[in-house]
Design a protein around this ligand. Sequence first.
Ligand SMILES: [Cu+2]
Length: 145
Amino acid sequence: MNKIIVHQKMRRGNGMLPMLGLVVIGLLVVMFMAGSAASTRPPAVQPVAQVALPAASGVQEVYVKALNTGRYDNEELRVTAGQPVRLHFSAEDYAGCGKVLIMRDFGVTLISRNGEDQVAEFTPSPGRYEYACSMRMFRGMLYAE
Ligand SMILES: [Cu+2]
């Protein structure tokens, strides 16, 4: 009699293992699907070249915003060399160090603490000029041709 009871207990105990296994596998599948869904999602920032159109004044207006995602909305700017450029910079609330934009080639440092537009003007010779946060995590390139 005792033997039978023990036997049944063991069987019940063993029966729990496959069940637990199924639950774990189920969880893994759900986690995997969530993960792959996240990875197939398009990146928040679609790097698109912004081509500056000379305004009536001849100043080329270009716009860069530091996003909460850790990147600029514009990572590539194209302007005409030898004509003045007016760079408008702003930053989202949680852009962190991205609130500071530096263009070493023109001695430009812009700080947008509360999302406000900050402006710098310079006239580039032909070339490529980087703009970035101080640690170059946010990074973009201005091409003057
Ligand atoms: Cu940074």
